[in-house]
Write a protein that binds this ligand. Structure first.
Ligand SMILES: [Zn+2]
Ligand SMILES: [Zn+2]
Length: 682
């Protein structure tokens, strides 16, 4: 009996009629053997509602847990990745995935996790297997073994993995009845596999396995065609974790690794990783005496040391000044308020989990604020406003408290107490565009002054097909989204649009900053809010004498002081531009004889507003220079008899070394100029 024909739609628009059962590899090969060899996996989008045989056999349960993606099936209409060797059984769109496709790396890395498990079982057969997904930067596999893996073991494992790769074993898919699979796992004491099969497959179904050589793992794939495709891999680290996160359960050993299609990619990743370590703000924060975290104060509550506090204060002064020049009025409001205020604002209902618990006092309940908006709204409300008063721009370096899980806390970048460069603009609907443009100009200006160049804008809009998710005010949404676009286009700023990513109360613009590893995170958002003004019944008197509702814009230009300082530490690897450096000039008198000249130089620099530190210890000149250099001090001025006699200083510039001597006045003028222009160079 011949197979029925199915229609396979290719990306170039062509359609191939092939017998059901044909594989993606067959099709690739028919197009060109080179394409077949270059392909890693296939992306299939079913066209008809015909059930795919494989997923019918899998019998997956629709469980939505974190491991689910590895084991259970997706929506049968959604595109999904499959092995090149998988049989095509119904009409579908087919895309061959080559190494350049971002999804290819995930398939490779998950395959590398199988290679890791293969190596571990060959070396330590008593080990029990957990699971081994791909991660953003590589993969891991969880193992249970009484003896901890030593660094020597990890080296042996990496070596064995290279052997498994060299053996170039094909990954093949097999199926077994669920009962039989469970019996076998239970018999072998494979408690984790028993758990996963029970959880992620339906009774009576067949479950999917992948084999390479003698190694077989419960898995639904997909995989690269063979172990030989894992051309560049590295075992990175190991950590302990309790099975299912419960400390009463056995402790697992999680081995992390990474894999790439080429040695070149691996090397460049390892280089960037080294660079990221070198720039890590937690390490530099300690070395450069910027901040510390004390157990007695608590996690996520950093203490700013004098040098870190100087950087922060400079940043604060910078932004306050910029705001003052741009029509903002600064206010001070307390860090806490009655719970009722947040009930009224809606934060209590929606944001409760991220707040610290309330303090029950004699006859009131107070809570640390998670946001500054309600306080600013009350200031707006404190008097009658007319259209002539608008826009009202209220700004504050507002301190807020958020209960982040302890596991998420990190240095200055994830904290529980943070000070936001916050402001709320209350304006008429007609003023949205101009106000928004004004904010964007400030953002561009501040980023330029701070030397931040790697950022992008994302305009988050509502999904009109999903209206119940958003504040019901079509006219406002249409106006808001339109003027935000017009403002961005008018300023010539590039942005991506994200449909369905708006807050429930209005469209917003996110500012995404990229770190050394290329990861993007949202640092600031500018948000239109059609909700809070309603919630608080805000009003202004219009030119018509009637009462109208203002629109509110939440905005932060330079994020929280904590996050921005952590970003700047990493951006500059601790070597701050002159205007932000906690100590701008280090003075090194060659001997104690030159103390008086040191005083004179110090006084002159301080009078010019520069931050100076003199090393008057009875130490060798070179030791003093080294210490300032280790602190990444921009300028080190050295002087002895010769300099004193001629009124000069010998200048060492960070990153450039000895620049010879120059008159003190000339140095002063140069330094002042660099500070005033906020130059990032020296
Ligand atoms: Zn797998
Ligand atoms: Zn706000």
């Amino acid at each position: 009996m011949s197979s029925p024909l199915i229609a396979i739609h290719l990306p170039d628009g062509s359609i191939r009629e092939v017998p059901a059962g044909t594989t993606s590899f067959d099709i690739a090969n028919a197009i060109s053997p080179r394409l077949a060899a270059a392909s890693v996996a296939a992306r299939i989008t079913p066209i008809a509602t015909v059930l795919d045989q494989d997923s019918a056999r899998d019998g997956q349960s629709p469980d939505g847990q974190s491991e689910a993606a590895m084991y259970s099936g997706e929506d049968s209409h959604a595109p999904r990745l499959v092995d090149l060797s998988a049989s095509l059984t119904a009409d579908a769109k087919l895309e061959l995935i080559t190494e350049k496709d971002p999804d290819a790396l995930k398939v490779l890395r998950h395959s590398a996790a199988h290679v890791l498990a293969t190596a571990v079982l060959e070396l330590y057969p008593e080990t029990k297997l957990g699971h081994g997904p791909a991660t953003e930067s590589g993969f891991f596999y969880d193992f249970y073994r009484e003896k901890p893996f030593t660094p020597e073991d990890l080296a042996a494992i990496e070596k064995k993995m290279a052997e498994v790769v060299a053996r170039d074993e094909p990954f093949t898919r097999e199926f077994a009845p669920r009962d039989k699979a469970l019996d076998a796992f239970e018999r072998d004491g494979d408690f984790m596999k028993t758990h996963f099969v029970t959880k992620f497959t339906e009774p009576g179904s067949e479950v999917s396995f992948y084999r390479n050589g003698g190694f077989v793992d419960f898995c639904r794939g997909p995989h690269v065609p063979s172990t030989g495709r894992v051309r560049a891999l590295k075992v990175m680290s190991i950590s302990g974790a309790y099975w299912l996160g419960n400390e009463k359960n056995p402790q697992l050993q999680r081995i992390y690794g990474t894999a790439f299609f080429s040695k070149k990619d691996l090397d460049s990743y390892l280089e960037r990783l080294e660079d990221a370590k070198r720039r890590d703000h937690r390490r530099l924060g300690k070395e450069l005496e910027l901040f510390t975290v004390s157990d007695e104060v608590g996690a996520g509550l950093p203490l700013w040391l004098p040098k870190g506090a100087t950087v922060r204060r400079l940043l604060e002064e910078y932004i306050l000044d910029l705001e003052r020049r741009n029509g903002y009025e600064h206010v001070y409001t307390p860090d806490l308020a009655k719970v009722d205020l947040y009930v009224r604002s809606g934060h209590w209902a929606h944001y409760h989990d991220s707040m610290f618990p309330p303090m029950d006092l004699e006859n009131e309940r107070m809570v640390l604020r998670p946001m500054n908006c309600p306080h600013h709204i009350l200031i707006y409300e404190s008097k009658l406003r007319s259209y002539r008063d608008l826009p009202v721009r209220l700004a504050e370096l507002g301190t807020m408290y958020r209960y982040e899980l302890s596991g998420a806390l990190s240095g200055l970048s994830r904290v529980r107490c943070m000070t936001l460069n916050d402001a709320h603009i209350f304006c008429t609907p007609d003023q949205i565009k101009e106000e928004f443009s004004g904010v964007m100009k400030l953002v561009e200006r501040a980023y330029r002054d701070l030397g931040i160049t790697k950022y992008s804008y994302r305009l988050s809009l509502r999904d009109p097909a999903n209206k119940e998710k958003y504040v019901d005010n079509d006219a406002m949404w249409e106006l808001g989204e339109r003027v935000l676009r017009e403002a961005m286009d008018g300023l010539g700023l590039k942005y991506k649009e994200g449909k369905g990513e708006a807050a429930f109360y209005g469209p917003k613009l996110d500012i995404q900053l990229a770190d050394v590893m290329g990861h993007e995170e949202t640092y600031s958002t500018i948000q239109l809010d059609f909700h809070l003004p309603n919630q608080f019944g805000l009003e202004y008197t219009g030119a018509d004498g009637n009462r109208h509702r203002p629109v509110m814009i939440h905005r932060a230009i330079i994020s929280t002081m904590e996050r921005m300082v952590s970003y700047l530490i990493e951006l500059y690897a601790g070597a701050f531009p002159l205007w932000l450096a906690p100590v701008q000039v280090g003075l090194v008198p060659i001997s104690e004889k030159h103390a008086a000249y040191a005083d004179k130089v110090e006084e002159a620099l301080k009078a010019a507003g520069l931050r100076v530190e003199t090393d008057s210890r009875n130490e060798k000149m070179n030791a003093k220079i080294r210490d300032f250099a280790n602190q990444k001090t921009p300028y080190i001025l050295v002087f002895g008899d010769k300099e004193e006699a001629s009124g000069t200083v010998s200048v060492r510039t960070r990153g450039k070394g000895d620049q010879g001597s120059m008159p003190l006045d000339a140095f002063l003028a140069k330094a002042k100029e660099l500070v005033d222009s906020k130059s990032t160079g020296l």
